[in-house]
Design a protein around this ligand. Structure first.
Ligand code: 5AD
Length: 431
């Protein structure tokens, strides 16, 4: 029997692409293995959102060259670096057998059969076979609802690597969610680079309508989605979240910067004021929502004043979670023409100050759970202490707690929170 190994970097979309690739190979009789050394086929499912992610791929390919010298193995580079670098990968690493972009995930068998070396188009037929997905979590199913991105943020490589937006038909998504529930998954996460730009190509139904329909499927205990764009937050999305108790009270809404001047140069399509207005609209309907965000520091031309505005915005919103990155110039993106990135040491310093501020805000938020009993969905044993269980609150905090180890995964338990750790909560299940 032929074997395969897949290494995955990057976002949830990429993880889901890996589940699609894996499912496709299993249908063809391949067996998945956890060690590269035992694999006949090695796929690298890559990320190119920042330079660091991209460098990892090339150092990995260097190691695979040795393997290829020792034995017969097929090596495929998939994902966003594949799309971005295309045939340059074949030139730089000629021991790679094929390069396949995100548009061709549904066509892996054709690529293998035809011996294609370069598959970086975006075929109209994406061949999305959800029944063949190799879902790794027993409790959770990811479902793509929209691929690609039509925004043109000047720093971002995604429009190049994942193509234009294509939404899947509403009924297909609902059918996939039903099938996921039938297979025992209680949590659904809808995915898209700009998930809330969803619009059914058949009926025109929007994201709010889809959220409501999936939330109403019997057996969907928890519903989440990522990633939303602030300019696409609609009233129907907000009211669907408000009206369905099983939609997580957690929203990741990347702001990138708190300065309207920088936002304009990023082409984010909103100002600081407009973003805050959107947050206020959401909070009015869902007061206890947990907001999270992404921030880029050191974007070309970012001044100390601009950065101060980012800090004050973080304070004003009070994000529970935050992901911040130093600006990384990406090939072919419009930001390259805006100017050079901010000096590395200044960007490092800003990043540290930003994290220090957020640490305090996060701590206050986590501490506010102490003594409360909150519903937690059991996801498995705790990573650090296998004698404890681990799960998440409805607003997406990780809770490690003492409880009955025979509790079925996916159940919801009341947990009394005793303490707040660095990023997580600790407690004990209560009867
Ligand atoms: N440099 C730094 N961070 C970036 N991101 C996207 N592109 C870049 C870039 N060129 C960040 C954004 C985005 C997250 C997924 O990655 O904050 O929201």
């Amino acid at each position: 029997m032929k074997t395969f190994f897949i290494e995955t970097w990057g976002c949830q979309m990429n993880e889901l692409d890996t589940q699609r690739l894996s499912g496709n190979l299993k249908l063809r009789g391949y067996k998945r293995v956890d060690e590269e050394a035992n694999a006949d086929l090695i796929l690298l499912n890559t990320c190119s959102v920042r330079d660091k992610a991209e460098q990892k791929v090339f150092s990995h390919l260097g190691r695979l060259r040795e393997l290829k010298r020792e034995r017969d193995v097929t090596i495929g580079v998939c994902g966003c670096v594949a799309q971005q670098e295309g045939k340059r990968i074949l030139e730089r690493a000629p021991w790679v057998d094929f390069v396949m972009g995100p548009g061709n995930v549904g066509h892996l068998d054709a690529v293998l059969e035809e011996g294609r070396r370069l598959a970086i188009d975006f075929p109209e037929d994406r061949n999305y076979d959800y029944l063949a997905l190799d879902r790794t979590s027993p409790t959770k199913a990811w479902i793509t609802i929209i691929e690609g991105c039509n925004k043109n943020c000047t720093f971002c490589i995604v429009p190049t690597t994942r193509g234009r937006e294509v939404s899947r038909p509403f009924d297909d998504v609902v059918a996939e969610a039903r099938a996921a529930v039938e297979s025992g998954r209680v949590e659904i996460e809808l995915l898209g680079q700009t998930v809330n730009a969803y619009r059914c190509p058949v009926t025109g139904n929007d994201f709010g309508a889809l959220l409501g329909a999936v939330a109403e499927i019997e057996g969907v205990v928890r519903l989440r989605f990522t990633t939303s764009h602030p300019a696409e937050v609609s009233d129907s999305m907000i009211s669907a979240m408000r009206d369905h108790a099983n939609i997580s009270r957690y929203l990741h809404l990347p702001v990138q910067s708190g300065s309207s001047r920088v936002l304009r140069r990023m082409k984010r399509l909103y100002t600081r004021e407009k973003y805050l207005e959107t947050m206020a609209r959401i909070r009015k309907e869902i007061p206890d929502i947990h907001f999270s965000t992404d921030i880029i520091v050191g974007f070309p031309g970012e001044t100390e004043e601009d950065f101060q505005e980012t800090l004050s915005l973080i304070e004003e919103v009070g994000y529970g979670s935050l992901f911040a990155f130093k600006y990384s110039p990406r090939p072919g993106t419009p930001a390259l023409r805006i100017g050079a990135a901010v000096d590395e040491s200044i960007a490092d310093d800003r990043l540290q100050r930003l994290f220090a501020l957020h640490e305090r805000i996060k701590r206050e938020r986590l501490e506010s759970y102490r003594g409360r009993v909150v519903p937690v969905m059991v996801e498995g044993p705790s990573k650090h202490d296998p004698a404890m269980l681990s799960g998440r609150t409805d607003d997406y905090w990780v809770v490690n707690f003492h409880g009955d180890p025979s509790t079925p995964l996916g159940s919801i338990l009341g947990v009394r929170i005793d303490s707040a750790q660095h990023h997580t909560l600790r407690g004990e299940a209560v009867a």
